[in-house]
Design a protein around this ligand. Structure first.
Ligand code: ZN
Length: 455
């Protein structure tokens, strides 16, 4: 879903999710002009109005000779991960084991999606939206975002242009009634077939609500499903919104890409059979802090996640890759042109509580009682030799003072272990504990990793 004003407040603009309140908005992270967003202006916006970063992949580039099997081996090649050019064959990426993984809950994914754009007479971007929908599912960007989750190329059905205007207000429950009427009347929408996802765009003048969230205020966009005549019908809803960090059109295409990816990898998100949704038990704070646990949610808070692919002239969002995370590559794929990923991971080993569910859930973090401290290891890793980079830690919510940090040193290289003393000053407990952010910075590029303190 969309902008959740809780925690990472201050981090990016997020967009869209699906089944829970989602974080979005990150004005503070913009200060760091994170990775790959070339040409950011001095205002610190992570997304300049022009093309943002370029991906390193080329159309059809899965088998091209820019693969460097020495970097990650056959397993990653099989996972469809693009490889960088010119890697060092002798390099050993020091990535720790046990990186976060999005889990498959046993529900379906959409192996051959068919997207149908739906717009109303009072929507001002119909032509552009139709072009975007017709192209995005046929790009290498799309395959790199969803391929490892069993989703293939997506085609577009003939766009639907509703002759009337969109309503001023619509709740998701009303939208489902409208959708069922359209489908059963047979007058406009393509009948639901295997893999069809309706992508419904609303103009500025329409306020959409979903699960108590309001479009453009607490939610950027969402996807959901309903049942019409016994058939599951999956759809995405993309309201037109203004954000601080992107143009309105960029906001629309970013949100649409986010929801389309999640509708394909988790088409029945709020049913008893979700697909890829949620993170492994050792990292339950990830979806809480990032505003959702679907594959696009886990990348929606980082400025560098919004980019213009080589084979699609629109700004879209990068997506979490389990395989890339485990291989020590950028978990948000596809990687950007020229990117050599580097990061720092806190090594956590204690069982701690997280969230507010009853009974309390447990996850893996650092057990630190209020008023006390603990030293944890932070392991640095990189895809190739990038030289030493700077590492720092901050509390989440950003700018909070519930945690204090002291390092034995604040720079290091791939394979180094730094020692971070964390003091828990007081219990803030937005998440049932105290998340923190590890920042790795080099030459104006910053990568992030989450950690968690609890009891
Ligand atoms: Zn999402």
């Amino acid at each position: 879903m969309g902008w959740d004003l809780r925690p990472l407040v201050g981090l990016l603009l997020g967009v869209a999710a699906c089944s829970g309140p989602e974080a979005l908005r990150a004005d503070q992270l913009a200060r760091s002009d994170a990775g790959g967003a070339t040409g950011s202006d001095a205002g610190g916006s992570p997304l300049p109005e022009g093309p943002v970063a370029q991906s390193g992949i080329t159309p059809g580039g899965f088998q091209s000779d820019d693969w460097d099997a020495s970097l990650s081996g056959d397993a990653n090649a099989e996972a469809g991960l693009p490889q960088r050019i010119g890697g060092d064959a002798a390099w050993t990426n020091a990535v720790p084991s046990g990186m976060p993984q999005v889990v498959n809950n046993g529900g379906p994914t959409v192996t051959s999606p068919v997207f149908q754009s739906v717009t109303f007479a009072n929507y001002d971007q119909t032509t552009a939206v139709d072009d975007f929908i017709s192209r995005v599912g046929l790009t290498s960007y799309w395959l790199h975002a969803v391929g490892e989750y069993g989703v293939g190329l997506a085609r577009a059905a003939t766009p639907v242009h509703i002759s009337g205007g969109a309503p001023q207000n619509i709740d998701d429950a009303q939208l489902q009634v409208w959708l069922a009427n359209e489908l059963t009347s047979g007058t406009t929408l393509e009948p639901p077939e295997s893999g069809t996802v309706y992508v419904i765009f609303y103009p500025y003048s329409t306020s959409v609500t979903f699960d108590g969230q309001q479009s453009c205020f607490t939610m950027g966009a969402y996807h959901n499903s309903t049942v019409v005549n016994g058939i599951n019908v999956s759809y995405a809803v993309v309201p037109e919104c203004t954000t601080d960090t992107m143009t309105d059109w960029q906001t629309t295409t970013v949100a649409a890409s986010h929801e389309m990816i999640e509708a394909a990898t988790d088409p029945l998100p709020l049913t008893a059979t979700p697909g890829y949704s949620g993170v492994d038990p050792a990292h339950l704070y990830y979806p809480l802090v990032l505003g959702g646990g679907e594959v696009a949610d886990l990348c929606a808070q980082w400025p560098a996640s919004f980019f213009v692919p080589d084979d699609l002239p629109y700004t879209v969002q990068r997506t979490w890759s389990n395989a890339a995370a485990s291989a020590g590559r950028d978990p948000c794929q596809p990687e950007l042109d020229g990117e050599t990923f580097f990061n720092a991971v806190p090594i956590l080993a204690d069982t701690v509580h997280v969230g507010s569910a009853t009974p309390l859930q447990t996850t893996v973090g650092a057990f630190i009682a209020p008023g006390t401290s603990k030293v944890i290891d932070v392991v640095l890793y990189s895809e190739a030799d990038v030289g030493p980079w700077a590492v720092s830690a901050v509390s989440v919510p950003i700018g909070g003072s519930n945690l204090s940090f002291a390092w034995d040193r604040t720079t290091g290289n791939n394979g180094d272990t730094l020692h971070l003393t964390i003091t828990m000053n007081y219990a803030e407990s937005s998440y049932g504990g105290e998340p923190f952010l590890i920042e790795s910075t080099l030459a104006g590029e910053t990568n992030y990793w989450l950690g968690y303190v609890g009891q």
